[in-house]
Design a protein. Structure first.
Length: 575
């Protein structure tokens, strides 16, 4: 039987966020009964409400560099698979009520509805693009205005527990949400507070769980309501990033009012940091109005679509295509869609489209291995030229020029990680390393090109997974010369091992024992183990060897998109 909508949403959402959460869900759904919506709504939710300990894994994600060498990490609390599934059920219930829907001026974390299966929230780029379009409209309607950018300091970790409870209870009251779902939300908030207290986090809304995004939007509702009344069609928020459009005097007044409103929630804007808080004349902003109306994104989407068509419709061609890609110095993950072809919804939809548009059959037949390799070569050259031309803009002293250039640089560099030659990766690693926002990506490119992960491992689990997916394609060894094995380094090595990469490194800590599995791994099923790893170990089950890399190179469902981890992980923080 095929997984139902809530299982698909939970799995797809966490696949783009954290590999440990994804593996937990995949092992959880190995029991077919557990992938049913009814299980999520009855069993998973009951287990969360009844538990006495919340099994969150504290992952270290890269945040920034302090100076040249010190890495600043963000604590990400990864819920166990049972909670992640219960979350999906809770958020689906909330999606049915307007009280949980962000105002039109908010463009982040809109709940998935109907048959949407790519996550519990609408894909982030949809909202990002809509916000860009609305700012364009505001600038066009107000040609003598300015565009003011600012953002909220340490947004999620700064939300007070009592404000989160107030916002949740008010939304439940306004929506008449059933008591069982209200209580589940209260239980999750109580668990967040308990974990935050134990781990000495500053406040009580954990960064990591999907439920936190809903709470953050609810807490900000009064601020959004006030600001959009002051700036009708000229106030725009995307998570912690706020944009106002108006005269210089208006945006100065608006910033002051926004500061006051946030202070009532114990939240604060950055202290007019030039990188976080600046003004752009609307005429200048409109020079970048078409930045998201591009063809290169469509070219990549067409290439990926052709890949999926080939490996789904001609599964026997998968291994030979992978070999040919590797021989041409391409590093493209080709997961196994080893599922029942007769019941594949993706193929059913494809057949229906071919019936309606017969010309599609010719297009599909042209997507053979030779054509895909030719397309990859074309994209390599196009993206390489585009990236080289943009690097100088990324170092510009003009803040808006930099702000426009950084997403494009991430786009091209992230995709070149898969299709660029090793020589190109080394070249761009050096140039991107001069741009502070792209130093993590620079190290990822270098690590993949050289297969030396010494600089990569200390960065955090998100950075390591970005490179690990690509490094795992080749059987060649990696080099890791770490002298000081910090907890962050040990987590990084574990991520490599989850992906099936052999690393000469310590393996005595619990996470690495789980990743290696053989030997002491099964001992993690003992009652004295960390709760999050105990749950994951038990779901993995007793086996002679680890199942992690096999799971990561297979898909959960026919509708699952091809996963390109670096593209997900190197985006601007949306926490």
């Amino acid at each position: 039987m095929r997984p139902e909508i809530l299982a698909l949403r939970a799995t797809n959402q966490y696949r783009s966020r954290d590999v440990i959460a994804y593996l937990g869900l995949r092992y959880y759904f190995a029991n077919v009964c557990a992938s049913r919506d009814r299980w999520a709504m009855e069993v998973a939710t009951h287990l969360v409400r009844a538990r006495t300990e919340a099994p969150y894994f504290k992952a270290k994600h890269f945040k920034d560099f302090i100076g040249d060498d010190v890495v600043l990490h963000r604590n990400i609390f990864i819920p166990g698979p049972n909670e992640a599934f219960a979350e999906a059920a809770l958020l689906a219930q909330c999606a049915e009520h307007a009280a949980f829907t962000p105002l039109p001026c908010v463009f982040s974390y809109h709940l998935a509805m109907g048959g949407e299966s790519q996550g519990v929230y609408v894909p982030y780029f949809d909202g990002f693009r809509r916000r860009h379009e609305k700012i364009r409209e505001a600038c066009t309607d107000n040609p003598n205005s300015v565009v003011f950018y600012t953002d909220i300091k340490k947004f999620y970790p700064s939300i007070p527990s009592y404000k989160a409870l107030e916002a949740w209870n008010q939304a439940c009251l306004d929506s008449h949400l059933l008591p069982q779902w209200r209580d589940l939300g209260l239980k999750l908030l109580a668990d967040h507070l308990n974990v935050a207290t134990k781990t000495q986090e500053s406040r009580a809304v954990l960064t990591g769980p999907m439920f936190s995004h809903l709470i953050a939007n609810l807490v900000m509702r009064t601020v959004d309501d006030h600001m959009v009344n002051l700036f009708p069609n000229r106030y725009f928020r995307y998570v912690d990033d706020v944009v106002l459009v108006g005269s210089n005097e208006q945006v100065a007044t608006g910033r002051k009012k926004l500061t006051e409103l946030l202070a009532s929630l114990d939240l604060h804007l950055h202290d007019q940091d030039q990188e976080k808080d600046f003004v752009v004349p609307s005429v200048e902003w409109l020079e970048g109005a078409a930045d998201l109306d591009n063809d290169y994104g469509k070219e990549w989407a067409n290439f990926v679509g052709g890949l999926k068509q080939l490996i789904v419709t001609q599964p026997a061609a998968r291994h030979s295509l992978a070999d040919r890609f590797l021989a041409a110095d391409f590093r493209i993950p080709l997961p196994s869609y080893d599922l029942d072809v007769r019941t594949a919804p993706w193929l059913i939809k494809l057949r229906a489209r071919i019936t309606r548009y017969p010309w599609l059959l010719k297009v599909i037949k042209r997507n053979d291995a030779e054509r895909l390799i030719q397309n990859a070569h074309v994209l390599r050259e196009q993206y390489g030229r585009a990236l080289a031309a943009l690097v100088e803009l990324g170092t510009s002293s003009n803040r808006y020029t930099r702000k426009r250039a950084i997403p494009k640089l991430r786009f091209f560099a992230g995709r070149l990680l898969y299709i660029g030659s090793a020589e190109m990766l080394l070249q761009f690693s050096k140039s991107l390393g001069t741009i502070p926002e792209l130093r993590m990506l620079s190290i990822i490119l270098y690590s993949v090109a050289t297969r030396d992960v010494t600089k990569l491992v200390p960065l955090g689990t998100n950075a390591v997974q970005s490179a690990a997916q690509v490094l795992a394609i080749s059987a060649l060894p990696v080099s890791c010369q770490i002298k000081n094995w910090t907890p962050e380094c040990l987590q990084g090595v574990a991520i490599l091992r989850f992906n099936g990469i052999t690393v000469d490194a310590p393996s005595d800590d619990a996470l690495n024992r789980l990743a290696v599995w053989g030997g002491k791994g099964p001992d993690l099923m003992g009652a004295d183990s960390d709760a999050s790893l105990l749950e994951l170990a038990c779901l993995h089950g007793v086996s002679a060897s680890a199942r992690h890399s096999e799971t990561l190179t297979s898909v959960f469902d026919w509708d699952e998109s091809l996963a390109f981890d670096v593209i997900n992980q190197v985006q601007d923080s949306d926490y």
